[in-house]
Design a protein around this ligand. Structure first.
Ligand SMILES: NC(=O)c1ccc[n+]([C@@H]2O[C@H](COP(=O)([O-])OP(=O)(O)OC[C@H]3O[C@@H](n4cnc5c(N)ncnc54)[C@H](O)[C@@H]3O)[C@@H](O)[C@H]2O)c1
Ligand SMILES: [Zn+2]
Length: 360
């Protein structure tokens, strides 16, 4: 079991990592002085598996809670589905002190968080992440959003949860592909600022793939500590937080080019991290040894290095539209060695093109 605190100017919140944590959600909320009503948002897969346990724990602690399940998948991160949740909140009489609880992966977390941030100008928000990706990344840090038909996450806010509860037991039902996709974000933390963790992952790959409890606890807490450390210094992504986008520039382009159906987010990020290491070598920022280290770890965790169905030209078009660009110049997170990255404004187009050809 591990507990991590995220300290921000508007208040601190705890991340509780342990098996069986779902059964303690009511108690953990009561410790924060939250009682009364609560709206639990989940998707149909996760709600069917864990909805009853969460409701039971809440009811036992005197909370009047209701569960609403949205269809699984990215399509639920929409203003239309958010509207259904607002309607549910109004009809059940949810007031400003009643929390919205996200029970699910990043989709549910982003959607429920967006509703919590905007309903009655903000109600308490609680995250119960159920995918590895949500445990190590999306449930911590306070980015919440829904998609616009012209782009992902275009409508959103920075809105921090009051509590994050990661129950390791729920990972037993997580499909293997989802686990592996989450591991790409785990590798990212090692690559961007923790050489020791990078080496730890290489040594513990088999245990991690088998979801061994001790290794999972260590990995999830180290990732959460890393993310908390970054977010505490730069909550609104003015500078340092950009390093979390390592692998994401090309990763997002791959996701967009394949209509968000070809690759899981983490898989696209894995290709993006490898591509970023190739760019870094071309620019003389790192040696071939670093490229090899990235290639090895990505392959060790059964993640892809290439996106063969994408075309360099199409990827290039998406890269030019990158949401994170400043004055139309893409901010690249490049690697010097495992554990060390730098931010570069813009990359020479010929270099980029040659790398895109290698990964497609
Ligand atoms: N806010 C952030 O900082 C942030 C960061 C990264 C990603 N995201 C967002 O996260 C989303 C992706 O999240 P995700 O990868 O968790 O996918 P997801 O929420 O779509 O979940 C993946 C699938 O696994 C199922 N599932 C979830 N937990 C399960 C469990 N314990 N057992 C069985 N099935 C389970 C879900 O029903 C779904 O079908 C994207 O929309 C992305 O934009 C947000
Ligand atoms: Zn990501």
């Amino acid at each position: 079991m591990a507990e991590i605190t995220v300290n921000l100017p508007q208040g601190a919140y705890g991340i509780h990592i342990m098996p069986g944590a779902i059964q303690r959600i009511g108690q953990l909320m009561r410790n924060l002085g939250m009682q009364g009503m609560a709206l639990v948002v989940s998707d149909e897969n996760v709600g069917a598996l864990y909805g009853a346990a969460v409701l039971h724990s809440l009811t036992e602690c005197g909370c009047k809670a209701e569960l609403i399940c949205v269809p699984p998948g990215e399509g639920s991160k929409s203003l239309g589905v958010a509207m259904e949740l607002y309607t549910k909140a109004v009809t059940m009489g949810l007031d400003r002190r009643s929390p919205v609880i996200a029970l699910g992966g990043g989709v549910v977390g982003d959607l429920a968080g967006f509703v919590a941030a905007t309903y009655l100008r903000g109600v308490p928000f609680i995250q119960i992440p159920t995918t590895l990706l949500a445990m190590v990344d999306s449930s911590v840090g306070g980015k919440v959003a829904v998609n616009h038909e012209l782009g992902k996450n275009l409508i959103g806010a920075f809105y921090q949860p009051r509590l994050v509860v990661a129950d390791l037991d729920v990972l037993s039902t997580l499909p293997e592909r989802e686990l592996i996709a989450g591991l790409a974000e785990v590798i990212k933390y090692g690559a961007i600022h923790d050489t020791d963790f990078f080496n730890y992952l290489n040594r513990n790959c088999a245990a991690l793939m088998k979801k061994e409890e001790g290794v999972l606890t260590e990995v999830i807490s180290r990732c959460c500590r890393s993310k908390a450390w970054v977010v505490e210094q730069d909550e609104k992504e003015n500078n340092l937080r950009m390093i979390l986008n390592f692998g994401h520039t090309i990763g997002h382009a791959i996701e967009a080019e394949t209509d968000y159906t070809g690759y899981r987010h983490g898989e696209a990020v894995a290709v993006g991290m490898y591509a970023a290491s190739l760019i870094s070598r071309e620019l003389g920022l790192c040696t071939s040894q670093t490229v090899e280290a990235m290639r090895e770890i990505i392959q060790r965790f059964s993640l892809p290095l290439t996106a063969r169905e994408c075309s360099p030209e199409r990827l290039m078009t998406f890269l030019k539209r990158d949401k994170k660009s400043v004055d139309n110049v893409v901010q690249w997170v490049l690697i010097q060695a495992p554990g060390e990255v730098v931010i570069e404004r813009g990359v020479n187009e010929a270099v980029l093109r040659s790398v895109l050809e290698q990964i497609t």
